[in-house]
Design a protein around this ligand. Structure first.
Ligand code: CUA
Length: 189
């Protein structure tokens, strides 16, 4: 082995050894890295600001209020509400016509939204929603009323139906084997 080969091997100790790579992470960032980090940071600021702008002008927030509630107490209130205002029963579904302007209850449970609500167009109701077992997701289309329904929490939202028709409710949070058949209905006259 010549003198030159020895010198060459000493220059590149990492090639065939278990030595760690050079400590380059403390080196100054390259121009590309700086550019992309700047773009990412500015984009973060735009999205962060956008959250608040959209809250103000987007009209996409459901004005839902939440309160703690005992699921058993809620269940009792729903039963009383249905008993008081039920007008008929169709295929096992209770159809309830509450007086205009009143509080209306909607119970989420595996695997049903109960009862079917029959409301009047142009009247304002306070919708009281909760679950009596697991987490569900309320999705009322096409008005895009959409929020989580949790046991132990009462969600309250004011609604004023402005068109007549039948509006299906689906559950959009996986809640068990019957999740896909968990539907409900709001009828507006
Ligand atoms: Cu209830 Cu999915």
């Amino acid at each position: 082995m010549s003198q030159q080969d020895h010198a060459h091997a000493a220059d590149e100790p990492e090639r065939n050894t278990m030595l760690p790579p050079p400590r380059r992470w403390l080196a100054r960032l390259g121009p590309d890295e700086r550019r992309w980090l700047t773009i990412a940071f500015v984009w973060c600021l735009i999205l962060f600001t956008g959250m608040y702008v959209w809250l103000a002008i987007g009209e996409q927030q459901n004005p839902v209020e939440s309160y703690r509630i005992d699921p058993v107490a809620f269940s009792t209130e729903v039963d009383a509400f249905i008993a008081e205002h039920k007008i008929e029963e169709r295929d096992g579904a209770e159809i309830v016509a509450p007086p205009p302007g009143s509080d209306v209850y909607l119970q989420a449970r595996q695997f049903q939204w109960r009862p079917v609500l029959q409301l009047e167009r142009g009247e304002t109701y306070r919708l009281l929603v909760s679950s009596t077992d697991v987490q569900h997701g309320l999705s009322l289309q096409p008005v895009n009323l959409n929020f989580q329904v949790l046991p132990g929490y009462l969600s309250v939202i004011e609604i004023t139906p402005d068109e007549t028709g039948e509006f299906p409710i689906v559950c959009n949070e996986f809640c068990g084997l019957g999740h896909h058949v968990m539907t409900g209905l709001v009828v507006v006259d």
